[in-house]
Design a binder for this molecule. Structure first.
Ligand SMILES: Cc1ncc(COP(=O)(O)O)c(C=O)c1O
Length: 465
């Protein structure tokens, strides 16, 4: 079943992740390796090969070499995606029972880490764009308000997490944010899962990478924003605020004891690819081509939303009265497969491959979709979840998640403490978190979201007994 699906799902236009586009943009070394005798690359941690935690062997040498190339102190390759390395990074930065400030749009992996390690998340809300239902990363002014509130409420933080860029490619200027947080004495972890390519070249006119602005820990998903195989990722450490020994220990806690040699090779090859002139030239071509695609589509009247990552195209379907889900279903029926459908938008990931004829194809499909519609009355504005600027859980996330619970119809859950995570995927951003008190506003908002995400938001919710 799985194998035949893999072999026969090659039709149509793939505008989803991983960014290597079903092998087309894999680094040459990895393509060549995969052409060799099947399985030749499946090795255990032999002494000369080692693994991400070993002090010697090929993996250690590679990590050391590329940490130096990227100008940082240490790096660790990951074989469980950005997920595993974000968890290791958070557990390294924050002790059990201590608090970490994080935006409300964090990936669920960080909530899992809070649950496992009994870390207290303190959430900050983000600017909400009601015309499309997206949040934006914070700017300095926003973050100042957040820190003021933290201080007024006397919350004691151990660290801060930032998510930049978002899945949609929205990015804020990280440099002043990181500087401000460092001045407040806080180490910063940046989830840059979607922005490995930001770390590559100053000449591409992309936002500055978290590495270049001095974030203490940075995680890149190499399959989302680099040419890596799925699950390949890298964690970078710089400065003196975080002890590498502690990070190493945390990576060991969450990493498999048998890391895949193929994935480790893919991590190395992805870093090498983006550092060598040919890889940089290819990236530049992809970025230039993506800018041209967006320009042509906009000139033809397609409702694309501006963002900071040219490799992500956000089609604002709701302006024409079409939800992102409807558009997705229609496009898939025409063999055009996007990455991220949402109530107001459909996001395409161009990845690192060439897309010949994409402008014409998208114009044709979009116009055909519109011609099936009797009305084009815009949808929205979308309802903000109205999180307070700062919010904390009413009880420990891990304790609530593992406690005995009962299922209640959503409308009857007001006043209860949530015992489960509700989190549509993609994008993997939790709407409700275990340990959260469900007030009537949140419950009403959840109920309203069921109109759009019916299959992903259940009509009943698990709450503490
Ligand atoms: C912002 C963000 N961080 C982290 C992750 C996890 O990445 P990975 O799939 O590499 O584990 C995702 C996945 O969607 C994400 O969107």
């Amino acid at each position: 079943m799985i194998l035949s699906r893999l072999l026969h799902s090659n039709r149509g236009k793939n505008l989803f992740l991983p960014a290597h586009g079903r092998g087309l943009a894999l680094p040459r070394e990895i393509s060549n390796l995969l052409k060799k005798r099947p399985g030749i690359w499946d090795l255990p941690e032999l002494p000369d090969f080692g693994g991400p935690l070993e002090e010697s062997g090929a993996v250690a040498e590679s990590q050391e070499f590329f940490a130096a190339q990227f100008g940082v102190k240490r790096c660790w390759y990951g074989v469980n995606g950005a997920t595993g390395l974000l968890q290791a990074a958070l557990i390294a930065m924050v002790r059990p029972g201590k608090a970490v400030l994080m935006p409300r749009n964090v990936h669920r992996s960080l909530i899992h880490a809070c649950a496992i390690a009994h870390i207290k998340p303190v959430f900050f809300d983000l600017p909400f764009l009601a015309d499309r239902g997206h949040v934006q990363p914070p700017d300095v002014k926003w973050m100042k308000k957040v820190l003021e509130q933290i201080s007024i409420r006397g919350l004691d933080l151990s660290a801060v997490v930032l998510v930049n860029p978002t899945y949609h490619g929205y990015s804020s200027s990280l440099e002043p944010l990181v500087r401000m947080l460092h001045l407040s004495g806080l180490p910063v972890l940046v989830d840059e899962a979607h922005g490995f390519h930001f770390a590559i070249s100053d000449e591409l006119d992309l936002p500055a990478s978290a590495i270049s602005v001095g974030a203490d820990l940075v995680v890149h998903s190499l399959h989302k924003s680099g040419p890596g195989l799925v699950q390949s990722a890298v964690l970078w450490l710089q400065g003196d605020r975080i002890d590498p020994f502690v990070v190493n220990r945390s990576v060991g806690w969450v990493q498999t004891s048998s890391p895949s040699a193929l994935l480790l090779a893919s991590c190395e090859a992805s870093l090498r690819e983006f550092l060598r002139p040919l890889g940089q030239r290819r990236l530049r071509q992809r970025v230039d081509a993506a800018r041209k695609i967006a320009f042509d589509l906009l000139s033809d009247g397609l409702p694309l939303l501006p963002n900071q990552d040219p490799l992500r195209l956000i089609l604002h379907t709701s302006t024409a009265g079409v939800s992102g889900f409807e558009a997705d279903r229609y496009f898939i029926s025409k063999e055009l497969v996007a990455e991220l459908p949402e109530p107001g938008c459909l996001t395409f990931c161009l990845g690192l491959v060439r897309h010949r004829g994409l402008v014409k194809l998208l114009q044709k499909r979009w116009n055909a979709l519109l011609s099936t519609r009797a009305t084009r009355k815009p949808l929205g504005p979308f309802l903000s979840p109205e999180f307070p600027l700062i919010s904390v859980l009413s009880m420990d996330c891990g304790t609530a998640w593992t406690a005995e619970f009962v299922k209640l119809p959503l409308q009857d859950s007001v006043g209860s403490v949530c015992a489960e995570l509700i989190c549509p995927y993609p994008p993997g951003i939790p709407m409700v978190i275990p340990g959260e008190l469900l007030d009537s506003r949140r419950v009403q908002w959840l109920i309203s979201q069921r109109t759009f995400w019916a299959n992903q938001i259940p009509s009943e919710i698990g709450v503490l007994k």
